[in-house]
Ligand binder design. Structure first.
Ligand SMILES: [Fe+2]
Length: 316
């Protein structure tokens, strides 16, 4: 089964001191790379037979483990951003005090681990050990190492690609900014699930009240030559900052639907996307459906398309 790109769960333009450009580049390039790597390795593993040398099989299984770890950790990372990190809720404070003595002691160790990785690579993780029934801070190297039977509930990416666009080599400033943006509600939900021996909740930003399609479904339809009208509905202020579109798409101003709706064919389905799939694409999709079109929005928007390695074309 192919691994699909998940829509970015955090609204990347809302973060405090972490730029939209950096977060989106991280999502599209590094998270996307991990998903594409896992799909490539899975294909190679499917072709393994009795003649495959042991060293080759070992390398493939190591790459599979690293790609899978990178996918999971990046999804958890983006999913634990978007909050007011310096305002730790009372119940979370009590949890940290129970396991670390004081909130300050927890933070000192967590931030200290992050700073110890400055200039290097790795993840810092607050994890719930199901065996020990308690929280630990630890380092995960190579996207893989983790406590045995431990659920990661707060993860911090300390690979340089996570911060060099905004901070250069100043990892300390990045860690400060990360801590300001921690979504403690997400961490609380994860601890609640892990400590009750349930799977970690999946962050799902998708509006399920409307029909949608994934970027992989759209790519498959286009590859088969099925007729689809692909509509870029990013707001004018957003599109003015970019030079490319999803290949085959046309851009139309979402604020002027009445001016261009007559250009669309009612005989072919319409796939509508915006930047990340949070709002604008959905609202244009809703309008088109009200006017009788078979319209669906693209989950994760153009960012998910690029993360999946989708083709782009220059805006003219
Ligand atoms: Fe990363």
């Amino acid at each position: 089964m192919r691994q699909e790109i998940l829509p970015i769960p955090v609204r990347p333009w809302t973060l405090n001191g972490l730029s939209e450009r950096m977060i989106v580049s991280h999502y599209e390039n590094h998270y996307g790379d991990a998903v594409r790597a896992l799909n490539a390795v899975s294909g190679e593993l499917a072709a393994v037979d009795v003649g495959t040398p042991g060293y080759r099989l070992r390398a493939l299984k190591r790459d599979e483990l690293m790609a899978l770890g990178a996918i999971e950790l990046h999804e958890l990372y983006f999913g634990n951003l978007g909050g007011e990190g310096n305002k730790i809720p009372e119940d979370m404070r009590a949890t940290l005090e129970e396991h670390f003595g004081t909130v300050a002691a927890w933070r000192r160790e967590f931030v200290g681990l992050a700073q110890s990785l400055a200039g290097g690579s790795g993840w810092v993780v607050l994890g719930w050990s199901r065996r020990q029934r308690r929280l630990y801070n630890y380092i995960a190297d190579d996207d893989t190492q983790t406590g045995i039977d431990t659920a990661p509930v707060l993860v911090l990416d300390m690979y340089e690609h996570a911060y060099h666009i905004d901070f250069g080599a100043n990892a300390t400033a990045y860690v400060d900014a990360f801590m300001r943006n921690v979504d403690w509600a997400a961490v609380t939900r994860r601890i609640g699930a892990a400590s009750a021996d349930r799977p970690l909740p999946q962050d799902d930003p998708v509006d399920h009240s409307l029909p949608s399609l994934s970027v992989e479904e759209l790519a498959a339809r286009l590859a088969k030559g099925e007729p689809v009208q692909v509509l870029d509905a990013r707001p004018r202020h957003h599109i003015s900052r970019t030079v490319d579109l999803m290949q085959g798409a046309i851009w139309r101003d979402p604020d002027r639907v009445d001016e261009w709706i007559g250009e669309l064919s009612t005989d072919e389905p319409v796939a509508v996307y915006c930047a990340y799939g949070f709002h604008v694409g959905c609202s244009v999709t809703r309008t088109l459906r009200e006017r009788g079109f078979d319209a669906r929005f693209i989950r994760g928007g153009v960012s998910a398309w690029y993360a999946a390695g989708g083709a782009r074309s220059l805006r003219t």
